[in-house]
Design a protein around this ligand. Structure first.
Ligand SMILES: *Cc1c(COP(=O)(O)O)cnc(C)c1O
Length: 336
């Protein structure tokens, strides 16, 4: 059986156990997971979902797929995550959910977000596509909100090449997500609702089972690499290192710093053949495909500023000590 079967079920069971939830539903991608999680909650046309503009496009696209409107609020300049203080101002009678992203592997301020969600009777959907194994108050991301959505794309903390997962403690939502993933059917060739072909294959799940066993080890190495960088870069005035408060476990999907003279640093890194990324250069409210929502430049100044100043350095588990030293020496050569 190459397509979805018992290996997928085993991966789902293992993943649910790891995250600390009752149910996990495997999907063909993280984007598919977000799409059907939002749909499973009954969110669609004329509804609004509050999210961050400083994320990968898929976060807001999944909201748009359902016919709902992504309503953006600005980020916190230290954590790059949704600023809870700004959420209540944009809640309307159409708001159905808050969709925080745990960007770069750092959990969003879930206590504050869930408090607001409860007060206004909203769902919380976690975009945990970058935060496999990250924790808030010792609880894993993906177990904190109504539903969690993971991606196993090739660059994530664990991978199945392409793939995704929904996590939840709600049996009805899990069942609805399973149907939406599988052409709207529980029984083969009997379609109760309009659904999609968003299934994971047994091949991908077999990879996922092995990757999950290594995830904690991978994350530990990422954290060690990040700590190594922090100890060097904290002494450089022109660099702001990642801020991680007590109660938050950051798993460094990206090691992202804020720098002066980003273009000069990029030249230096290119010179030494060191990989880097700017996540994300264009906030979502300024993306051409979101133009019809009516946002404009200046609406989310903290996200817009971060987009011009952040740079992510290699932090993956396969970096050697000499790789790390080359990276720190190259960065220091610009600023010291
Ligand atoms: C990767 C990612 C997604 C989408 O996941 P895919 O598996 O690539 O579809 C969604 N949100 C965020 C924040 C991501 O990083």
């Amino acid at each position: 059986m190459l397509a979805m079967g018992n290996v997928v079920e085993e991966f789902e069971k293992n993943f649910a156990e790891y995250i600390g939830v009752k149910y996990a539903v495997a999907t063909s991608s993280g984007t598919a997971a977000l799409h059907i999680a939002i749909m499973a909650l009954g969110i669609g046309k004329n509804d609004e979902v509050i999210t961050t503009p400083f994320t990968f496009s898929a976060t807001a696209d999944a909201i748009s797929f359902t016919g709902a409107k992504p309503v953006f609020v600005d980020i916190d300049s230290d954590t790059y995550n949704l600023d809870p203080h700004l959420i209540e101002k944009v809640i309307t009678s159409k708001t159905k959910a808050i969709l925080p992203v745990h960007l770069y592997g750092l959990p969003a301020d879930m206590q504050a977000i869930i408090k607001i969600a409860k007060k206004h009777n909203l769902y919380t959907i976690e975009d945990a596509a970058q935060s496999h194994g990250a924790e808030y108050k010792k609880k894993k991301t993906g177990s904190l909100g109504t539903m969690g959505c993971f991606s196993f794309y090739a660059t994530k903390n664990m991978t199945t090449a392409e793939g995704g997962m929904i996590t939840t403690n709600n049996a009805k939502l899990a069942e609805k997500a399973r149907m939406l993933r599988n052409h709207g059917s529980k029984v083969k060739y009997y379609h109760e609702i309009l659904g999609y072909n968003y299934a994971m294959t047994n091949i991908e799940a077999a990879m996922g089972i092995e990757q999950l066993k290594k995830l904690d080890r991978f994350n530990l190495k990422r954290i060690k690499n990040a700590t190594y960088f922090n100890n060097v870069f904290k002494k450089i005035n022109q660099i702001t290192i990642p801020k991680v408060s007590p109660n938050f476990k950051h798993v460094f999907h990206q090691y992202t710093i804020r720098v002066a003279d980003r273009e000069k640093l990029i030249e230096k890194l290119k010179d030494k053949n060191i990989g880097f990324g700017t996540f994300y250069p264009t906030p979502l409210h300024l993306q051409p495909h979101n133009k019809h929502y009516g946002y404009k430049k200046g609406d989310f100044p903290i996200a817009e500023k971060a987009a011009t100043e952040v740079i992510s350095l290699p932090v993956h588990p396969s970096l050697s000590r000499s790789n790390l030293d080359l990276i720190t020496a190259t960065v220091r050569s610009l600023y010291e």
